[in-house]
Design a protein around this ligand. Sequence first.
Ligand code: GLC
Length: 444
Amino acid sequence: MTSSLTELEREAVAVLASNDRATHIAPAPSHYSQQWLWDSAYCAIGLAHVNPPRAAKEIVSLLTGQWSNGMVPHMVEHGRPGAKGLDLGRWLWKADRSASAPRGVRTSGITQPPVLAEAVDRVSAALAAHEAHEFLRHCVPRLCRYHEWFYRERDPHYEGLVCTVHPWETGMDNAPPWMAILAERTQSLLAHIAASRPLRAAIGGLRPDTKTIDPGERTDLIDGLRSIDLLLELRRRRYTYGDLIHTDLPCVQDVAVNAILIRNNAILRRLAASIEHPLPTWLIERMATASHSLGVLWDATASMFLSRDARSGRLLGPPTVAGLLALYAGNLTPSHRDALLNQLDDGRAFRAPYPAPSVPLDSSDFHELRYWSGPTWMNINWHLIDGLERFGQPTRAEALKHRTLDMVARSGMHEYFSALDGRGLGFDSYSWTAALTLDLVCRS
Ligand code: GLC
């Protein structure tokens, strides 16, 4: 760290230091004490500016949870099981029922958006040469197995578009398209709870997140219970699905997960070449197919990329900010790119006072305060800024960066923010907000 740190950088560094659990940076220790996949990737990207060895350790630590089939789980529980917050590992996941789960490390049984090659790239660029080489030799083969897993187990049509089986795999837990899918599944017990005010109140009282945060800022109780119900279904199947398309599980080709995977494929190929680590030919071919695959997710009526049900081929509305992340993937046609830029510039859609709202402003699914169905998130803005920069849109990138940093400077390192007035929502001292603030400031 240098003495030239600005106030915002200092605050970001302090948040990361106070959330540092040695093995990992907890996203928000009062509630999320475990190590989370994309959170850790963002933490490493931020820490690379101030403490590259610590950033490298974050990724190495996450990879201790990798499954033998290659999946990197969305959550790893280190050391003494969650003293605070939900001890999900103990009573919920039971991931060790899968033969692929690691022994001696407790993890979840699903994954999260694969931002890891991006993080490994940025961290290795910040390390001294010999450390960088060691780090890459450690991470790159593991990331190759992770990307292989995606295309081997989650790409049912071999078209370079992978499926998510649970909304938490998208990282955008209560985004409206997924909530609509969950509502369609038959759950008589949940229907009963939804209809009963006393039952809802009793169960709602058990929620840890709404003890300190207004329930209006979190996932709706019934949506949350539906998510847990689906998780228990995955657990019953020991997180092993065989031919996914022939199960009755959701099979959603999420546009943001695929956009992130496509960009990370390109980075991973470059990193693998830099250490002469060979990739299997089939993987290189699938990555090449993937790089042109997003087009099938285009919805001409909405003028937006949407996620798709891989079984029925149906595109899944309503539009959300996930569609804009196609900008981060790169390789868009000029007409798709222009349409996304129009969406970003449209005051009825994503041009909120504090962009980019997770759901367009004029959507009936827009809720100013509710988690991933309205508020603005730092990590999403970070991906958009990165995509805009690479797409030759420096003015738009700069404007979004400026607005985002202004919001954080005025409201603090919150989990998410109102797109209407920029006020902080959810937990404060949130690690990825701090880490990506650091990255945006240091890159200026
Ligand atoms: C919430 C977010 C998810 C994040 C996790 C830990 O579940 O929706 O994206 O990874 O918190 O911060």
